[in-house]
Design a protein around this ligand. Structure first.
Ligand code: UT7
Length: 325
C-alpha cells in the first residue's frame, strides 16, 4: 500500500531572540521561575518582514530545496496555524503566491498546537487515495502577536517560527502508518483566543478579555499528560508495538515538566525523546515540524526507524501519529 513519506524538511526562526532576562524587564517574573517551571530559557520573536506567511514560505523553500521538487509540481499546500496575519485569505494562499505554486490548491487548518499532526494525518489520507500527489504541509505561528505581553502566565511560554515538510506516496514500507487523533470541545475555555467578532457586544461572551491567548495552565498541564499518554498507549497497542520499537519520539514542545511526566509514564528513555524547547519556547503548530527538521539535520532520524509524534493543544485537541522514516 502507498504511504505518505516525508521527502524533505525545512524550518525558519525569526532573527530576534528574547531571553528570560529580557522578560524580567517586561513582566513580574524571573529567569529562575521560567526555567524551573517550563524549561524555556529563550525564544525567537518575529519582527519586520517576519509575518507568519513569510516564515512559512522560508521554511517551505528550505524543505523544497532538500527534495529538488519545484514549487510548480506541488498539488496541495496545507498550513496549520492559529496566528495568520489575516483571517481571510488563508496563510496557505499567501504561501502559494510567494512560492509561485500555481498548480496547488491551498488552505489552512486550525487544531491549535495539534495542527501539524492533524495535518499530517490529512495529507496521509490524500496520498493514500492519490499517491502521486505532492503535498507541502507547514506549521507556522507568530503567537507573539496573540499573547498579552502584560500577562506573565502566558507571555513567557510562546515563541514564533515555522516548519515545513514535503510529502508524496511511496510503496517501500516507509511513511505514515497510524494515527490516533482526538478532540474535546467541552474543554474549550481552558485554552482559547477570541476573534475580532468578539468586539461586537451582541456576540461577545462573558469571558471576553481581548484577542489574546487565555489559559488555565495547571488544568492544561494535567489533561496534556494524561491525554497524550492514553493516545500513545492506545496507538502502540493497535499496531502491536511497544516503546522499545520507537526510534525517536518528537512531542509537542510545551513544557519540560509535561514532557518529563509523559516520558516517565510511558517509560521512554531520555535519549529517545527530541527536545528543543529550551531555545524555541512553545511554537504551537510549528513546534513539531521545527523539531522534525532539527532532528533530521542533527542526524537523529535514521532511515527505517519508527518515529512517534504526540501533541495537545487548544480545543482541546490532542493525538499521536506513527511513521517509518
Ligand atoms: O501548547 C499548549 C499550551 N499550554 C501549555 O502548555 C500550558 C501547560 N501548563 C504549564 O506549562 C504550566 O501550568 C505553567 C508553566 C503555565 C504554570 O506553571 P504551574 O506550575 O502550573 O504554575 P501555576 O499556574 O500553578 O502558578 C503558580 C504561581 C502563581 O502564583 P501564586 O498564585 O501561587 O502566588 C502564578 O501567579 O506562579 C505564578 N506565575 C508566575 N510567577 C513568575 C505564573 N506565571 C509566572 C511567571 N513568573 N511567568
Amino acid at each position: 500500500m502507498n504511504k505518505a513519506v516525508i521527502l524533505g524538511t525545512g524550518s525558519c526562526l525569526p532573527e530576534r531572540v528574547v531571553t528570560n532576562a529580557d522578560l524580567e524587564k517586561m513582566v513580574d517574573t524571573t529567569d529562575e521561575w521560567i526555567t524551573s517551571r517550563t524549561g524555556i530559557s529563550s525564544r525567537h520573536i518575529a519582527g519586520e518582514n517576519e509575518q507568519n506567511y513569510q516564515l512559512a514560505t522560508k521554511a517551505a523553500r528550505r524543505a523544497l530545496a532538500v527534495t529538488g521538487i519545484d514549487a510548480q509540481e506541488l498539488d496541495l499546500i496545507i498550513v496549520a496555524t492559529i496566528s495568520s496575519h489575516m483571517i481571510m485569505p488563508s496563510t496557505a494562499c499567501f504561501v502559494q503566491a510567494e512560492l509561485g505554486a500555481v498548480n496547488a490548491f491551498a488552505y489552512d487548518i486550525n487544531a491549535a498546537c495539534a495542527g501539524f499532526t492533524y495535518g499530517l494525518d490529512l495529507a496521509s489520507n490524500y496520498i493514500q487515495n492519490r499517491p502521486d500527489m505532492k503535498i507541502l504541509l507547514i506549521g507556522a505561528e507568530t503567537l507573539s502577536a496573540r499573547v498579552n505581553w502584560e500577562d506573565r502566565n502566558t507571555c513567557v511560554l510562546f515563541g514564533d517560527g515555522a516548519g515545513a515538510v514535503v510529502l508524496s506516496g511511496s510503496k517501500d514500507g516507509r511513511g505514515v502508518f497510524g494515527s490516533s487523533l482526538h478532540a474535546d470541545g467541552k474543554l474549550w475555555n481552558l485554552l482559547c483566543m477570541d476573534s475580532p467578532e468578539s468586539l461586537n457586544p451582541e456576540l461577545r461572551h462573558d469571558a471576553w478579555q481581548g484577542t489574546h491567548i487565555r489559559m488555565s495552565g495547571s488544568d492544561i498541564f494535567k489533561h496534556a499528560v494524561r491525554m497524550m499518554e492514553d493516545s500513545v498507549t492506545g496507538l502502540l497497542r493497535k499496531h502491536d508495538l511497544s516503546i522499545a520499537d520507537i526510534g525517536l519520539m518528537i512531542p509537542h514542545q510545551a513544557n519540560i515538566r509535561i514532557l518529563s511526566n509523559l516520558r516517565d509514564r510511558l517509560g521512554v528513555p531520555e535519549e529517545k525523546v527530541f527536545i528543543n524547547l529550551g531555545k524555541r519556547g512553545n511554537t504551537s503548530a510549528a513546534s513539531i515540524p521545527i523539531a522534525l527538521d532539527e532532528a533530521h539535520r542533527q542526524g537523529r532520524l535514521v532511515r527505517g526507524d519508527i518515529v512517534l509524534l504526540c501533541t495537545f493543544g487548544g480545543g482541546l485537541t490532542w493525538g499521536s501519529l506513527l511513521l517509518r522514516w
